[in-house]
Design a protein around this ligand. Structure first.
Ligand SMILES: C[S@@+](CC[C@H](N)C(=O)[O-])C[C@H]1O[C@@H](n2cnc3c(N)ncnc32)[C@H](O)[C@@H]1O
Length: 202
């Protein structure tokens, strides 16, 4: 992590983000400022074939903002890290693509999301994907392990973006790839907005 000063209290923000996404994991059909589930994935451009064999209930807590597979799915045999893996849908899509010679690690900090993700992988009998509790800013993955890092809708929730990207480059092997879907702004964000935790989470 960097020693950069942030305009929000990072621990308070994390707690609020965890509360918010625990609610998404536990009541995915609740009222949120984003769509969830299969319909949301199709709206942001996922090929419906990627969801083949996945029950609606198993993917109802998907909360991605765009499609990290727009650049293609991982290749057979690759090692993939999914940062902020949430309910595990992207990790499972990646695990099916890399096959038994590959392997996927999903990392998330919200316990009910990790539980959902582990249940999803178990229900599909996938043993080439595992979900680790951890932070985007301190990935529980060794240096140079990954061929590909994916993420969907997560880094916008992280104040230390430079620190998080340092982690992406630390875990990637030389020549590895990044496929990140996220929310970006193309103008300066006022300090008052950066201090407003409700705007980070909502
Ligand atoms: C918008 S959801 C997206 C989940 C998943 N990628 C998907 O597409 O459904 C954001 C996820 O990022 C996780 N998250 C947010 N900040 C994080 C951080 N600093 N470290 C690890 N996970 C984080 C949350 O717990 C939540 O599961």
């Amino acid at each position: 992590m960097t020693d950069q000063a942030f305009l929000v209290d990072v621990d308070v923000l994390r707690t609020e983000v965890q509360k918010h996404y625990a609610e998404v994991a536990e009541t995915p059909d609740g009222e949120f400022h984003f769509h969830t589930g299969r319909r949301a994935a199709e709206q942001v451009g996922y090929d419906p074939a990627l969801f083949e064999g996945l029950a609606d209930a198993a993917v109802e807590a998907f909360a991605g903002v765009a499609n990290p597979f727009a650049w293609g799915v991982p290749r057979a045999g690759e090692r993939v890290v999914d940062i902020g893996s949430g309910s595990g849908v992207d990790s499972v899509i990646a695990a099916r693509a890399v096959g038994s010679a590959g392997s996927v690690v999903g990392v998330d900090m919200t316990a009910p999301m990790l539980e959902r993700a582990r249940n999803l992988a178990a229900s599909l009998g996938l043993d080439n994907v595992e979900f680790r509790e951890g932070l985007a800013e301190k990935l529980p993955v060794p240096d140079g392990w990954a061929d590909l890092v994916i993420s969907n809708g997560v880094l916008n929730l992280v104040p230390d973006k430079v620190g998080a990207y340092r982690e992406v480059f630390r875990v990637l092997r030389p020549g590895g790839r990044i496929q990140i879907a996220d929310v970006c702004v193309d103008r300066d964000v006022p300090e008052s907005a950066k201090r407003d935790i409700d705007l980070w989470t909502g």
